[in-house]
Design a protein around this ligand. Structure first.
Ligand SMILES: [Zn+2]
Length: 281
């Protein structure tokens, strides 16, 4: 299945009652495990490289891993750059072959965010790349650093979309990044208000912290893309710890990482089920 753009996948989900799962990759092994889960569920999937993954892998290696897996996959796969605040990184990602980028100007003023996002959209169109941007601010950074949460104002979201024409819009409606427990309290009233006046697929960040039933509910409320990262890291490391404790005779890392990545595939399949994305490939 060829590599696909974000726009076509999220538009389709947005019009139907499901959301496309977007999972953060950090190593080659977890990327393989994510695609395997999506294939087993016949679900489209978005692979995302966050700033920490880019720092670890390098932008070219991240693009190669994701794009190679996409080409060999039986389901549509998007290679997406997550939370880029630097325009230079975005240009490098487009050149490296990413099919989608997120420009994160959520720490800037509305005007600056609009201006920079417009620039990214203009360049991305020339590359045939999709663009996600953020309005409002999701609490906590990807690394777990505390940030003030600013819930998205529906009118700002509307004005932002009208001026930038992004393909997907991340909004802050009660989630936070890096949550270890599913204790996020989604402001459903705010979601409805935004959805009513902004006609663009929405993106939910920090979805590891969302309770299962709320994840299903939100996947039917105008969200085309649901970002999940933290829980995959947690189950992967837990499984590695368990294997090391139970198999002291184990001597090679290929077996260790392959066996541990089963936990990632299982969690991916569970989240796909919740998002009603199974069978949508
Ligand atoms: Zn995020």
């Amino acid at each position: 299945m060829p590599l696909v753009g974000l726009k076509e996948l999220v538009q389709k989900a947005y019009k139907c009652d499901y959301a496309v799962p977007a999972f953060n990759i950090h190593t080659y092994e977890d990327a393989v495990a994510i695609v395997k889960g999506a294939e087993e569920m016949k679900s489209p999937v978005i692979l995302m490289a966050s700033p920490s993954a880019i720092k670890h892998l390098g932008i070219k290696v991240a693009a190669c891993i994701m794009n190679d897996l996409a080409q060999r996959s039986s389901v549509p796969v998007v290679s997406h750059l997550d939370h880029a605040t630097d325009l230079d990184i975005i240009l490098k990602a487009m050149k490296a072959g990413f099919t989608s980028v997120m420009y994160d100007g959520s720490n800037l003023s509305f005007e600056e965010n609009v201006q920079n996002t417009k620039f990214v959209v203009k360049v991305a169109r020339a590359f045939g790349v999709s663009v996600e941007a953020e309005i409002g601010r999701v609490g906590k950074s990807e690394e777990g650093e505390q940030l003030e949460q600013i819930l998205t104002e529906p009118e700002s979201a509307k004005a932002f979309f009208e001026q930038t024409q992004v393909d997907a819009l991340a909004v802050a409606v009660g989630t936070a990044h890096a949550m270890q427990k599913q204790e996020a309290q989604i402001n459903f009233q705010r979601v409805e208000q935004i959805q009513k006046i902004v006609d663009v697929p929405l993106v939910l960040h920090g979805s590891s912290g969302v309770p299962d039933e709320d994840l299903t509910r939100i996947s039917k409320m105008g969200f085309g893309k649901i970002n999940i990262g933290t829980v995959l890291k947690t189950v992967y490391v837990q499984k590695i710890r368990e294997i090391l404790l139970n198999k002291p005779e184990l001597k090679d890392q290929i077996t260790l990482l392959k066996d541990a990545s089963v936990a990632v595939t299982q969690m991916v399949k569970h989240k796909i089920e919740l998002l009603n994305s199974a069978g949508r490939a």
